[in-house]
Design a protein around this ligand. Sequence first.
Ligand SMILES: [Zn+2]
Ligand SMILES: [Zn+2]
Length: 561
Amino acid sequence: MANNRLRVTPLGGAGEVGRNMWVIEYDEEIILLDCGVMFPEAEMLGIDLVLPDITYLRDQQHKIKALLLTHGHEDHIGSTPHLIADLGFPPIYGTPLTIGMVSNKLKEHRLLDKVTLNRFQAGDTFTIGEHFTIEPFHVAHSIPDTVGFGVTTPAGLAVYLTDWKFDHTPVDGRPTDIAKITELGHRNPLVLITDCVRVESRGYTPSEATIGEAFDNIYATAPGRIIIATFASNISRVQQAIDSAEAYGRKVVLAGRSMENNSRIALDLGYLRAQPGTLVRPNEAGSYPDDQIAVVCTGSQGEPMAALARMANKDYTHVKIKQGDTVVVSATPIPGNEVSVSRVINNLFRLGAEVIYGSHAGVHVSGHAAQEELKMLLGMLRPEFVVPFHGDYRHLMLYRKMALGMGTMYKDEQVLVAENGSIMEFSRGFGKIVSKAPVGYVYVDGTTVGDVGNVVVRDRQMLARDGILMVVVGIDRATGGLVVGPDVVSRGFVYMRQSDDLIDATKEVVRNTLGGTNGQFNGDTEVDTNFVNRKIKDAVSEFLYARTKRRPMIIPVVMET
Ligand SMILES: [Zn+2]
Ligand SMILES: [Zn+2]
């Protein structure tokens, strides 16, 4: 690339929520912004995590100067241990809490000694490579130590500002750095890349402080134990649960592995505060009266192995749910998790608990800016071009509509609707999608990365819908004639014992099909099992569809004898 434009490409997080990752290029240098994971959608069966597709960077490793992280949430740091080797182990930059959280992940993957970690503070200025000057600035979000970045290049100033709100009374006492945003605005930013996930919500996102009031009300009236489920990475929420507990004389138990890990990191670094003696181990909870205990746990998304679901299933040793318990679900279900969250809530009610949940209970607010805040940011920064991301496609379109509605500030071509892989170029008076990088889904299934492709997921979808049917036959090596079977085995398609007719008819179809193969092979040529396979598959599939209107996966097993 020998032009003097800034090149900007999202590899994840544009037109979807999760796995955020941006490539910023100038001349022969690249910096990466964020490296997140996405939790799989319901139709991605058996998949644990989805990573950004870094194919675009494959031959450009030597150009990558740094990976800069905005904050410690999974959708911004979660892919780091999975991808850092393929990226050529670039140095990682983040605030102390973010570095604390990412280094914990790298340690679990035994990669910690391979990477240089650089801590910065909001308000610092530093350079990377020959072309990039980075200015991190503080923003309020649901985890402390979150920043946005000013990235100055010879082509102009880019501002990357995701996961923020104008919270004037945040839990950690550090509101969004409005002065810095205004100052960046005075420098005529070329492009703003910003979060738009709450563009559908009118007005302003309420302050985190409102949660503290809701918690205080619950703590003041709950007759027995209080159990609060939230994201393990929502450090601000954990802080509020601890603050209220201290105000109302309760001990706090942190339950769930990721809750314990994240809180430990935040406590060690001073981002989470608790008076000595407030925190007690799960096995000590039983030695205090119920009205002196608060449990803060994982499982707000209904995850089956997390602490809350295990409590709801009577499978959590130290907390057995009973009458008098008050359970607070302090999170909104991520789309796709509604069913599992409802199941957990039902079971908690069944066990006698009072459950407080849902958007009207006042126990959760978003960490993201709503419509008026998004407009105000545009007014303060006035970037020449704006690229919304961190939202589904409809959010991108609504953001564009919102920007175009702001008087004469923006014209159509100044708001770019980019999807994953859209390569954009910017310079004064120029901002366009110029080409497309290859992007797809990279799946993590158990502990393997990338072995499972779209084909595997499609197979799983097919199996889940219509089941599987195996046809086992033995054929004569020379003639191709049927000598053993056919046997038919099925799972998840029909109940075999009550489907004798269908199974017999299927066998008959196989016999007829292979009968037709007789003489096809006459000893001069070898039997082509692939061909026999294909014939069985086509014939059986067609027959079963005609009879049942379903398409189970057909697996012929052909043995030569
Ligand atoms: Zn995010
Ligand atoms: Zn976040």
